[in-house]
Design a protein around this ligand. Structure first.
Ligand code: FES
Length: 167
């Protein structure tokens, strides 16, 4: 069954006719040709497909596109341009926060969200005290980024990049 679904993707309004089983990741990659978001596991385990939706990060492979009619979506293509990188993209370049680069779009989308989560005081699992104010510590960042896997093991450089942007 196909149904119409409309989103705002990277500032542009789009309407697609999609099979109800189409994941958001496939809608972005196959229908909108935004191939920055990557398909690693397609089962919510690697984070390569992370995008930002209505201000929160999600694994786009785990979500059906039709569930998000009216959503505001930002992918790596919407964060910056080659001439004007988003501060997080610039920090990843500066700190070599990648090797092969496959996980990088998801890592960057997650990183941007992590900083917003910490600044907004959203609790994480890193502390037993849920009333504790989240801090931009290595431990805190590591916990919040634990859903994004990097096979090359660039983790410490990724954390350096996040710390630089987060302060
Ligand atoms: Fe979505 Fe791996 S492709 S979490």
């Amino acid at each position: 069954v196909k149904v119409g679904v409309s989103f705002n993707v990277n500032g542009k309004d789009v309407t697609l006719e999609l099979d109800t089983r189409t994941t958001l990741l496939d809608a972005l990659r196959e229908h909108l040709h935004l191939t920055g978001s990557k398909k690693g596991c397609d089962q919510g385990q690697c984070g390569a497909c992370t995008i930002i939706m209505d201000g929160r990060r999600i694994n786009s492979c785990l979500s059906l596109a039709i569930m998000h009619d009216g959503a505001k979506i930002t992918t790596i293509e919407g964060l910056g341009t080659p001439d004007k990188l988003h501060p997080m993209q610039a920090a990843f370049v500066k700190h070599d926060g990648y090797q092969c680069g496959y996980c990088t779009p998801g890592q960057i989308c997650a990183s941007v969200s992590v900083i917003e989560e910490i600044r907004a005081g959203m609790p994480s699992h890193v502390t037993a005290d849920l009333n504790a104010k989240p801090q931009m510590t290595v431990e805190e960042i590591r916990e919040r980024m634990s859903g994004n896997i990097c096979r090359c093991g660039a983790y410490s450089n990724i954390i350096d990049a996040i710390k630089e942007v987060g302060g």
